[in-house]
Design a protein around this ligand. Structure first.
Ligand code: ZN
Length: 100
């Protein structure tokens, strides 16, 4: 009987070229802000991307299994933007927007 043993993938014997790419990538994102990409269906965090990320990517939600390509430009929002707009344009800002 042949018992196939699963060996844990070792990260230490990666080729030097790959190690260089990994460390270069880490250096490049230093200081870049990150944001969460959330599932449009259930609002679960699908991925965390850096501020310089753009284009499309194939999203798959681990929670609700929703799977489709999304354009990252359509799925960005500023944190607390509603509160800031109310602060600077007044409490009736959203009512004015809807009545135009
Ligand atoms: Zn989901």
């Amino acid at each position: 009987m042949v018992v196939e043993q699963r060996v844990a993938r070792s990260y230490s014997d990666l080729p030097q070229e790959v190690k260089d790419k990994i460390s270069r990538s880490s250096l490049e994102v230093e200081g870049l802000p990150m944001r969460d990409v959330r599932c449009p269906v259930c609002d679960y965090v699908i991925a965390r991307v850096y501020a310089d990320m753009q284009g499309h990517f194939h999203a798959r939600c681990r929670k609700c299994k929703w799977e489709k390509p999304i354009n990252l430009a359509y799925f960005r929002s500023q944190k607390g933007i509603w509160r800031l707009k109310v602060k600077y344009y007044g409490e009736d800002y959203f009512e004015k927007l809807n009545n135009n």
